[in-house]
Design a protein around this ligand. Structure first.
Ligand SMILES: Nc1nc2c(c(=O)[nH]1)N[C@H]1C(S)=C(S)[C@@H](COP(=O)(O)O)O[C@H]1N2
Ligand SMILES: [Mo]
Length: 418
């Protein structure tokens, strides 16, 4: 095997260095078999026509392991629960609609759009009511944004590192292209009263989930999402309409939106007092902690995967921040002693997931892989220990610490803390 000048310890290969060497020098990346002398048999699917076109497509039957990880709902609170996006089985940054994570407080209401209404009232010049058809007549814009539940990665605050997958730990995270009507357009029409400073939003589900956001955010980039990756948003995501609050904790993006009320202060709904607050060590709690912290995660290799061979592997994952774009992602293969910059797939979009990649030459020895993101504002993803130090040990929300994956000499990949 050829020797490489590695950019950092334990086999990580700096991209510029790799390009200068040329892919051909990476003999070990070639895992395909050479073409055998004899002609391969013609497979059955090449010999006769398959079924024709269909009305609504479905994935290949050979990929039916790629599904959301649903947690069973408690019979005392029917419909309450979540399902997670299988982050480690997907590529790119857009989450297919069928795999977008779900978090419901009272299940998914079966809303007939013809019967649904959105009411805008409170401190406005003219209260307004919109049908779904009315909203469709307004100008729409499209935006690619991530959505993350503030309870995402909560298991990483636990005392023991659970041996599980990246999706089980961090799958309350998705990213889609959302299309809809800017909230500012509708508020302009209603006329914002001089004393209004907060916006309360309520959903039409049985939970009547309600959240308050400051008016400046509502006028900045909040919109009423009607489409998700090009098709009407799914019932699980809030059909026929949801409020979408870019970069902020998922809970404020109220689904099945039915009421917007302008007020001069937050409502202190149950969903922003009993929950969605972060308990501190002094017994006080943080409230209205909206933006999601800068974060990254290696999705491959990741928990419960196993490396089948030594040699070159691509380390890849996702990075995001509720404070703006991602500027940089560094990767370490030696438990954080040395770091090297990963390549970011595209020009990182504001408040969207970013895919990072870096080649890694696995020598067969033990390794600890981890990533660390820096956002455009200069926030650097903290270690797990640093995040835990900020809160009471009872807090499970807003965990954005560095995820470490240990690779054993057998190639088994496991969630580890230290
Ligand atoms: N009306 C309503 N809106 C809601 C919820 C809900 O249960 N009811 N769940 C919230 C929570 S906690 C999160 S994390 C996001 C999840 O959005 P998703 O299910 O589309 O992924 O929706 C938020 N909006
Ligand atoms: Mo959430």
């Amino acid at each position: 095997m050829k020797n490489f000048d590695l950019a950092a310890g334990n086999g990580l290969i700096n991209r510029r260095h790799m390009l200068s060497l040329g892919m051909a020098s990476f003999g070990s990346v070639v895992v395909s078999k050479s073409l055998a002398a004899q002609t391969p048999d013609i497979p059955a699917w090449s010999k006769s026509p398959g079924p024709g076109a269909s009305e609504y497509g479905a994935p290949s039957r050979f990929t039916d392991d790629i599904k959301r990880l649903a947690s069973a709902s408690n019979p005392i609170t029917p419909g309450t629960g979540a399902s997670r996006t299988p982050l480690h089985l997907l590529q790119g940054t857009i989450t297919p609609n069928s795999l977008h994570f779900e978090r419901h407080h009272s299940g998914v209401p079966d809303i007939d759009p013809a019967e649904h209404r959105l009411i805008i009232h409170g401190m406005v010049r003219q209260p307004l009511v919109f049908s779904y058809e009315d909203l469709l007549a307004y100008p729409q814009t499209s935006h690619t944004y991530f959505l993350e539940c503030s309870g995402n990665s909560g298991a990483s605050t636990g005392a023991n590192a659970v041996d599980t997958s990246a999706a089980t730990l961090h799958g309350l995270l998705s990213c889609a292209q959302w299309t809809g009507v800017m909230l500012s357009t509708l508020l302009d029409e209603a006329g914002i009263g001089p004393d209004a400073s907060w916006v309360m939003a309520t959903g039409a589900d049985a939970a009547s989930l309600g959240r308050s956001i400051p008016l400046y955010k509502a006028l900045n980039d909040v919109f009423i999402a009607l489409y998700q990756n090009g098709e009407p948003i799914r019932p699980e995501q809030g059909y026929p309409m949801r409020m979408f609050v870019p970069g902020w904790e998922g809970n404020v993006s109220v689904k099945w939106l039915t009421q917007i009320k302008l007020t001069d202060g937050p409502a202190n709904f149950k969903d922003e007092t009993s929950r969605y607050t972060e308990l501190l060590t002094n017994g006080k709690a943080l409230q209205f902690t909206f933006p999601m912290g800068v974060k990254s995660l290696i999705t491959s290799p990741s928990g419960q995967m196993s490396l089948q061979r030594q040699g070159l592997h691509e380390v890849t994952g996702l990075a995001w921040s509720g404070h703006g774009g991602i500027r940089r992602v560094e990767v370490s293969a030696d438990g954080g002693m040395t770091w090297t910059d990963a390549h970011l797939d595209q020009n990182p979009a504001n408040l969207a997931l970013v895919r990072f990649r870096i080649p890694w030459q696995w020598s067969g020895g033990p390794a600890i892989l981890q990533s660390r993101a820096t956002d455009a504002t200069g926030n650097v993803q903290p270690t797990r220990e640093a995040v835990l130090a900020l809160y009471s040990s009872a807090n499970r929300y807003h965990f954005n610490g560095i995820q470490r994956w240990a690779v054993s000499v057998q190639g088994e990949v496991k969630n580890v803390y230290a």
